[in-house]
Design a protein around this ligand. Structure first.
Ligand code: HEM
Length: 126
């Protein structure tokens, strides 16, 4: 949902726009059961909460939608998805919580590695 915005931000920041593709070096999580998807969505949708703060921090550095923070703007504007996700979570019963938490951690780990890979590949080129 935000990959185009991320590509535009990388380009605006003078980083390789195509570096986003380099995350294919990392194994993509392959969710199967409902708990796997819920753990994954927890991280993807929850990240919009922090994005609201990060939009302001970026703006204080003069980085806005037009020059590097467009993906944050999209995330911050998606607050309704988080409430909808919580509604789904509340309605679910008999979930394997440990499995859900494991998948949230897997998703965090993937995001972290994706970020590190793009940054390292860009720094290596300078
Ligand atoms: C890949 C996923 C995520 C990334 C990359 C991310 C990144 C960040 C970063 C960099 C900050 C600023 C931290 C600081 O310097 O103070 C932040 C803040 C925050 N994040 Fe996340 N986050 C993610 C997922 C989540 C999730 C799943 C939640 C909750 C369900 C969440 C909730 C928050 C909140 C509430 C803040 C603001 C904390 C404050 O007010 O000081 N984030 N996030």
């Amino acid at each position: 949902m935000i990959s185009n915005a991320i590509r535009a931000d990388l380009s605006a920041l003078g980083l390789h726009a195509d570096a986003a593709e380099e995350t294919t070096e990392i194994a993509t999580p392959q969710p199967e059961q409902i708990e796997d998807w819920l753990g994954l969505f927890y991280v993807l949708e929850g990240s919009s909460l922090g994005a609201k703060l990060l939009v302001k921090r970026a703006a204080s550095l003069n980085i806005t939608e037009s020059n590097g923070a467009s993906h944050l703007a999209v995330q911050a504007g998606n607050a309704a998805n988080w409430s909808a996700f919580l509604g789904v979570l509340e309605a679910m019963q008999h979930l394997n919580e440990a499995r859900m938490i494991h998948w949230a951690n897997e998703t965090f780990s993937f995001a972290h590695q994706a970020f590190e890979t793009v940054m390292e590949n860009n720094l290596a080129d300078h």
